[in-house]
Ligand binder design. Structure first.
Ligand SMILES: Nc1ncnc2c1ncn2[C@@H]1O[C@H](COP(=O)(O)OP(=O)(O)OP(=O)(O)O)[C@@H](O)[C@H]1O
Ligand SMILES: Nc1ncnc2c1ncn2[C@@H]1O[C@H](COP(=O)(O)OP(=O)(O)OP(=O)(O)O)[C@@H](O)[C@H]1O
Length: 469
């Protein structure tokens, strides 16, 4: 009888303290060297299922598991989490939750050290894996001082140091630029040739072309459809959209995006917020971006794009007053404005929603400092969060957390709202709804900027683009 690397038979799972079984009777068999992509709307159960494959559930995220699910002979519910460590490498949706150390090199050394390897072996592994992903420049750095994309790359490398036979990658490209995505694609191709089994859970599908053998669709905790890559490639964007999925072909959107680029700022124009000769960074000696002149308007959505580590988040921190400029001026209605005043006027939705969810329930979270509390119900409805008002924000799926942070920003009524990678956990439908909310926000005269690597979001919803290089 053929032995599968992953074998799930009638797997069902009910979260602790909940009444209903969430995952329902999942059947999936995956062979060695296969690459499977699990797609589906935000909250459909992609992460919940993948956690049964790497031991996180039910070991850490507890619940009632029935049926049978095994990964390389390790049976969920019976095997300890330590048994999975050497053979299953995982990258979680939010890299922050999985760092064990504060230095990138220590982070890569962590797993091999734990299984008692010699310093020489560890050094060799770090060397190999950082070369493979082209991240040698990120070694020996403070993890907390990395950009979002850089963190994602280090986490990807750390998941690979032990050369696991199965890789579970939860939205690994959501914060990455084109170049970094290409490195990851190259690596996955090599892994497949070596017989490694790969499970991707993704909303952005375009990058997976030519890489994935089978696509499976989750909906409301059920696996409802399966396609070969050929079958999937034949689906039109319209058909994908009907299933709540994003487009496979982004070339037209790319072109449209580049046409929108904001070439230079005309100070005669109506830029409410202007930055003149702005130099930003964390230390005077090593500025991140120098002598920039840019403007943000009311009634327009400005996309801020550029490669990983170029300084997009640093710019957002500066424009919202969290970081002092190293040189240059920020003007509001033509008048100089201090960082303290900027803080009062602005709301920054951070790249990692975990950093800004502090309350006990979704409702409390979105109403904290809300200027428009009466808009709570329609905004939550638009963001598909109705029914989750009493849930603890930390028990939500990645995309749901992201939408809670977005709802807080919209209800805050602040004059300047910057979203840092707001769509990393969002499916097609939620992305469109988010875009529609942005259009409504435009009418309130708020200044809206979006930092993103999401081509679809930028091409569809941004009126102007600031391309940082
Ligand atoms: N500990 C928990 N208790 C109760 N419900 C939970 C818990 N963790 C997750 N859920 C719910 O289970 C559902 C599936 O979540 P999951 O993270 O698997 O979704 P997902 O498809 O990966 O979504 P996303 O694309 O947003 O990451 C969501 O509705 C989520 O709120
Ligand atoms: N607290 C910090 N102290 C020092 N350097 C930092 C700090 N935070 C970020 N950096 C560095 O500043 C540079 C710009 O980072 P930033 O987060 O602004 O990039 P980004 O364009 O938003 O990248 P990404 O697309 O990967 O999110 C990076 O090289 C990063 O390593």
């Amino acid at each position: 009888m053929k032995r599968f690397t992953i074998n799930s038979e009638n797997t069902s799972f009910r979260f602790l303290h909940t009444d209903d079984t969430f995952l329902k009777s999942i059947n999936l068999k995956v062979s060695s060297g296969e690459c499977i992509l699990i797609c589906g709307k935000s909250g459909s159960g992609k992460t919940t299922f993948s956690r049964l494959l790497n031991g996180i559930s039910p070991n850490y995220i507890e619940g009632d598991l029935t049926g049978h699910v095994e990964t390389l002979g390790l049976i969920a519910g019976k095997a300890d989490i330590e048994d999975y460590v050497p053979v299953v490498g995982s990258v979680f949706q939010n890299p922050k939750t999985q760092h064990f150390t504060t230095n990138t090199t220590y982070e890569l050394a962590f797993a091999p050290e734990n299984i008692g390897e010699s310093p020489n072996q560890i050094y060799k592994r770090i060397n190999e894996v950082s070369e493979e992903l082209d991240i040698k420049n990120l070694l020996n750095r403070d993890i907390f001082k990395l950009s979002g994309g850089q963190k994602q790359q280090v986490t990807m490398a750390a998941a690979n140091t032990l050369r696991p036979k199965v890789l579970i990658l939860d939205e690994v490209t959501s914060n990455l630029d084109q170049n970094a995505v290409e490195q990851i694609k190259k690596m996955i191709k090599q892994k497949k040739e070596q017989g490694i089994t790969i499970i991707l859970t993704e909303h952005r599908l375009a990058w997976s072309k030519g890489l994935v053998d089978r696509y499976v669709l989750f909906e409301n905790g059920q696996l409802i459809q399966e396609w070969s890559s050929d079958e999937f490639n034949q689906l039109t964007n319209h058909e994908l959209g009907q299933k709540g999925l994003r487009a496979m072909d982004l070339s037209k959107k790319h072109k449209k995006l580049l046409e929108k680029e904001q070439k230079s700022v005309n100070f005669q124009g109506s830029y409410l917020l202007q930055a003149k000769n702005l130099t930003i960074g964390y230390e005077k000696k090593t500025p991140i971006l120098s002598n920039m002149t840019i403007g943000l308007s009311q009634n327009k959505i400005t996309g801020i794009i550029g490669p990983n580590g170029v300084g997009k988040t640093t710019l957002a921190n500066t424009l919202t007053g969290l970081l002092k400029p190293l040189a240059g001026k920020i003007l509001w209605h033509g008048q100089s404005i201090s960082p303290k005043e900027l803080v009062k006027k602005s709301f920054l939705v951070m790249q990692d929603a975990n950093y800004q969810l502090f309350n006990e329930s979704v409702s409390e979270e979105v109403l904290l400092n809300a200027k428009y509390p009466e808009q709570k119900t329609p905004v939550l409805e638009k963001l598909n969060l109705s029914g989750l008002e009493e849930r603890h924000p930390m028990s939500l799926s990645g995309g749901q957390k992201q939408r809670v942070a977005i709802a807080s920003a919209i209800l805050s009524g602040k004059e300047l709202i910057i979203f840092d990678e707001p769509t990393s956990g969002l499916d097609y439908v939620n992305m469109q709804h988010f875009g529609q909310l942005l259009n409504m926000l435009k009418e309130t005269d708020a200044i809206i900027a979006i930092i993103t690597h999401d081509v679809e979001l930028t091409a569809d919803w941004c009126d102007e683009i600031i391309n940082l290089v």
